[in-house]
Design a binder for this molecule. Structure first.
Ligand code: NAG
Ligand code: NAG
Ligand code: NAG
Ligand code: NAG
Ligand code: NAG
Ligand code: NAG
Ligand code: NAG
Ligand code: NAG
Ligand code: NAG
Ligand code: NAG
Length: 581
């Protein structure tokens, strides 16, 4: 008998201890909320929680930014610009990082790229941009990039270095132990695989029995979580997204503000495109800046039945719906990622147990029901949107609209960033490398239906990306604010960092679900080298050039003198408008 058949049988008997009292497991639970509470707000400006958090974060990033820029410009002939910028805290550059999707490939390459900016990585302070992650305000993730962000943030802001160091330690439960696929967690050990799947099924069933609709995303999110939160009880089945508010490292603003991105699927169609509403999840809220919704809800009370933000049943709220693994799964495309043999068994079991027929059209929707935006009135009525009428909000992988890098939350004017580092681990070309398509999509979105609240620098077509090699090394977009005045506002400068081969063939298949220790280390190391152009061996001035990019917007707005070294940097790294299609 195949182990999946065992699983099928054992899961029938495994259900003995089904608890309807859901606290402490995957099932959301009813709680009493304040009478008259309203969980919604219009998306005008940042939330007061985020603003209060930023006050703390800004103090820390200012210090870290100063020390990074001092190091980066150590060889510059004139560094008086630093005193100028740091004499007034409104002129300190603010930065964010965005990690693209692309399965485990994106998670691992992205980890390597991010580690080059993290002063906790060995070598990052010598041949990397160590300290810049400590100077960052925001960190967004989508799909595989979201797994990276989620793993670090919800594990008490652990570091990639710590994760890598644990790979060789066979005694501990290891984060990202991808030796075996999640479809077959025990490898040759069938009993282990069966136990794991039985646990996943049981967890999802708890949610279903508590009265919530479930989908393949619940199953997927639970299965993934065992790889991200191996130290937690049952792979973090009770770990909520909003619980990060209680982590000291977050409360003290000693980490960047994590954001996850997903797309809305219109209930009347299965297509997602640049007109779709893009959602973000942050530690305090989930919702959208797009005019088709223009609202945010308190992420902690997802699952509460509301009308225009008010609980339908006065003081009856729900907590625990915002399971971290569920949100990480909501932002990832199950069908694209899992085409391995064996997946059909997973679907068969899930169909049998709870879901009805699962198809490619409905299989990767995450069901947010009851809809937290039911009857919300903040959207622009001139735009068609069915979000507020639906009983359930359906979310899918954030890349389905073509934007595989989660840039929207970071370019929003209210967040006022100067630079966004965009890690692109997409597979656009036939051999699995990026070609800038994701940036092109974000650029184009500003001229369409959803473009009113966004601005993005000019970028060339994908052929030009390839022909000029802009997809092979770090490239800056939007270097001159004076050329961007036709846009809705001056957007951040984008530092684009595409996946490229240094010491490892990092264009692995998105569906690849097993990575040996050696492969994982190879990918992560290559990511570091990609971000640093071979640890600065290809260009020893690169760290200074990153410093120039970071200072650029504030240098422009304060009329400070641009260091002469920055001119040659911009000649080398800024896309200058040339088209080579
Ligand atoms: C990393 O940066 C933080 C914040 O600036 C600082 O407190 C810490 O000492 C640095 N750690 C290392 C190892 O450089
Ligand atoms: C400064 O210049 C020296 C000699 O050219 C070089 O070895 C070093 O990497 C440079 N440092 C930085 C931070 O650019
Ligand atoms: C700091 O800079 C901001 C923005 O450039 C300006 O509005 C403010 O007046 C400056 N504050 C001081 C004390 O110079
Ligand atoms: C580049 O630096 C990283 C991090 O220190 C290290 O793992 C890697 O081996 C280095 N690569 C080379 C070619 O030295
Ligand atoms: C989180 O990390 C900090 C230091 O990085 C440590 O002091 C603290 O004990 C950790 N908390 C938990 C719950 O592991
Ligand atoms: C987006 O909406 C605009 C305006 O309604 C429409 O012209 C365009 O065709 C739509 N684009 C897609 C891809 O559906
Ligand atoms: C579950 O789905 C059904 C059918 O779409 C819907 O009518 C119901 O409101 C949903 N229940 C919840 C709790 O979201
Ligand atoms: C910078 O210079 C421009 C043009 O010379 C001027 O319009 C602007 O007010 C100046 N800005 C500051 C902050 O001095
Ligand atoms: C712009 O960039 C292209 C290709 O990178 C280069 O050939 C050209 O000389 C540059 N033009 C200017 C005006 O710098
Ligand atoms: C400058 O702006 C024009 C549109 O006004 C645009 O076509 C061009 O690509 C921009 N150049 C750069 C380098 O962004």
């Amino acid at each position: 008998m195949h182990w999946v058949e065992y699983l099928y049988l054992s899961s029938i008997t495994f259900s003995g201890a089904l608890a309807l009292s859901p606290s402490g497991d995957y099932a959301p639970a009813e709680v009493v909320c304040e009478s008259g509470v309203n969980l919604l707000r219009e998306a005008s400006g940042l939330s007061s929680d985020e603003k209060a958090w930023l006050e703390k974060r800004d103090k820390l990033t200012e210090e870290a930014m100063k020390s990074f820029l001092t190091r980066a410009t150590a060889n510059f002939s004139d560094t008086s610009i630093l005193e100028e910028l740091f004499s007034n805290s409104s002129n300190v550059p603010k930065i964010g990082f965005a990690a693209s999707g692309g399965g485990y490939r994106a998670m691992l390459n992205g980890a390597g790229m991010l580690s080059a900016f993290d002063n906790r990585t060995r070598g990052a302070n010598e041949h990397g941009y160590g300290g810049l992650l400590q100077a960052a305000t925001y960190l967004s993730g989508l799909s595989g990039g979201n797994w990276l962000v989620g793993t670090l943030a919800w594990n008490n802001w652990t570091s990639v270095q710590d994760i890598v160091d644990d790979f060789s330690d066979s005694d501990t439960s290891t984060i990202w132990d991808l030796e075996h696929s999640l479809l077959d967690a025990g490898g040759w050990n069938w009993a282990y695989s069966i136990e794991r799947w039985a646990a996943v099924i049981d967890e999802v069933r708890d949610k279903k029995l508590a009265g919530f609709n479930v989908s393949l995303v619940d199953v997927w999110g639970r299965a993934l979580s065992y790889y991200f939160f191996p130290d937690m009880n049952d792979g973090g089945d009770a770990l909520t997204w909003s619980s990060i508010r209680d982590f000291d490292v977050f409360k003290n603003a000693e980490m960047p503000f994590p954001i996850s991105v997903a797309d809305e699927l219109f209930t009347d169609s299965s297509s997602v495109n640049l007109n779709s509403t893009v959602f973000e999840f942050n530690p305090f809220e989930m919702g959208s800046w797009d005019e088709t919704l223009n609202a945010f809800t308190d992420v902690k009370y997802l699952g509460t039945e509301v009308s225009n933000g008010e609980p339908v049943d006065d003081t009856k709220c729900v907590e625990g719906f915002d399971n971290t693994g569920f949100i990480l799964g909501s932002s990832s495309d199950v069908f694209n990622l899992v085409t391995e043999a064996g997946f059909s068994f997973m679907i068969t079991i899930m169909e049998y147990l709870f879901l009805g027929t699962v198809t490619e059209a409905n299989g990767d929707e995450a069901k947010y029901g009851p809809n937290p935006f039911k009857d919300s009135s903040f959207y622009d009525e001139s735009l068609y949107s069915d979000i507020v009428g639906s009983d359930t909000l359906y979310l899918v992988d954030g890349s389905e609209d073509g934007q595989n890098i989660p840039l929207l939350p970071l370019i929003t004017e209210d967040r006022a960033l100067d630079v966004v580092f965009a890690f692109d681990n997409s597979a656009d070309t036939s051999d699995g490398w990026p070609d800038g398509a994701s940036l092109v999509s974000t650029y184009e979105r500003q001229f369409g239906l959803q473009g009113k609240n966004m601005a993005f620098p000019y970028v060339p077509d994908t052929d030009t990306f390839v022909n000029l090699g802009l997809n092979k090394r770090p490239t800056f977009f939007g270097c001159d604010a004076s050329n961007l005045t036709d846009l809705n506002y001056i957007p951040p400068l984008i530092v684009y960092i595409p996946n490229s081969e240094y010491s490892y063939e990092s264009n692995t298949l998105v569906e690849k679900l097993t990575y040996s220790t050696k492969e994982r280390i190879g990918m992560i190391r290559n990511g570091f080298e990609t971000a640093t152009r071979g640890n600065f061996t290809e260009d020893s001035t690169l760290i200074g050039c990153m410093g120039c990019a970071i200072m650029r917007r504030k240098q422009e707005s304060t009329n400070a003198t641009l260091p002469t070294e920055c001119e040659s940097c911009f000649n080398s790294y800024c896309w200058n408008g040339t088209i080579a299609a």
